[in-house]
Design a protein around this ligand. Sequence first.
Ligand SMILES: CC(C)=CCNc1ncnc2c1ncn2[C@@H]1O[C@H](COP(=O)(O)O)[C@@H](O)[C@H]1O
Length: 272
Amino acid sequence: MERTSREERRQGPSLVRGKMVPRTTYDERLLDRRGSSEWLHMDPWRVLRIQAEFVEGFGQLADLPRAVTVFGSARTPGDDPDYELGERLGKTLARAGYAVITGGGPGCMEAANKGAREAGGISVGLGIELPFEQKLNDYVDLGIEFRYFFVRKTMFVKYSEAFVVLPGGFGTLDELFEALTLVQTRKITKFPVVLMGTEYWGGLMDWINGTLLSTGKISADDPKLIHVTDDPDEAVRHIVAGHQEAAQLAAEASAQAATEADVQAAAERGGT
Ligand SMILES: CC(C)=CCNc1ncnc2c1ncn2[C@@H]1O[C@H](COP(=O)(O)O)[C@@H](O)[C@H]1O
């Protein structure tokens, strides 16, 4: 089979090569307000494409069992200790019965997908169209390529029950703080967030516990939303304990609601 060396880009379900590869991405074109206003008149139609991306994502992921999303640097080489940590994390999550979702890219994402796959777990990659050549890593068993970052981010949150964050850069920080904001504002509840790498994240945690707390930018309880460890087993124990606590609270709340309904019904009977 002839191997191609032409430039290649995945765009949602489509693949384009060579001169068919556009100079910009869907995200870029959506967000760019400069230039001819003709672009703006097309936005209503873009909504349909965005909608289709949600439909595709929801459809593909609906049957996924409970899952954890792993974030981390796209640039971590295969011989880096963080890569090995990502692999061990993927394995540990898979052995605990969690499907592992990543951004489907290289580096730490690949490591977590590899670990999950090698442990016989479900390995999911939610990729993103980027302006340079990029494909889902080889360890992804269920992959979806998204055109729009914000659609993809919805999928990470909707289809996982916890986030684990390996050392990473801007992309990783964006994902971490989006999750923390969602938990802090109770848009999502009981959602464990674990940082892997005490040394790497130490400076950030010091700043959160120091500057952010002392200037009143966060509440006293907010740092407790983040669990930091070097040990994948501890990460998984923290996640499982968080889910057990959430299940117990939900059971107690529904028992309480049932009792209140009984009392109300009895009072109504007594009153008639
Ligand atoms: C070598 C390179 C830059 C490849 C980029 N390829 C990527 N493929 C998939 N997801 C990505 C990529 N880059 C960033 N991300 C997203 O942002 C995070 C990593 O960003 P960073 O490397 O920490 O800032 C990942 O968790 C992922 O969800």
